[in-house]
Design a protein around this ligand. Structure first.
Ligand SMILES: [Zn+2]
Length: 64
């Protein structure tokens, strides 16, 4: 039983995801230094370097 890996929470997958800014090339994990803004249609991830919205979809809904 010692080889069995305990099932982790879905948030563990998010830590492995890296986001990439197409404007300035800034790359950071989703849990990194991105600016998260809450809008009327969900959340968006904004690049801290150039302010470009990297993710404009309410992807965080999967983690709620
Ligand atoms: Zn950028």
């Amino acid at each position: 039983m010692s080889e069995r890996t305990p099932a982790g929470p879905p948030s563990g997958e998010a830590d492995k995801m890296a986001l990439f800014c197409q404007e300035c090339g800034h790359t950071s994990p989703m849990s990194g230094d991105w600016l998260v803004q809450e809008g009327t249609d969900g959340y968006r991830v904004v690049c801290p370097e150039c302010g470009t919205a990297v993710v404009s979809q309410p992807v965080f809904g999967a983690f709620a």
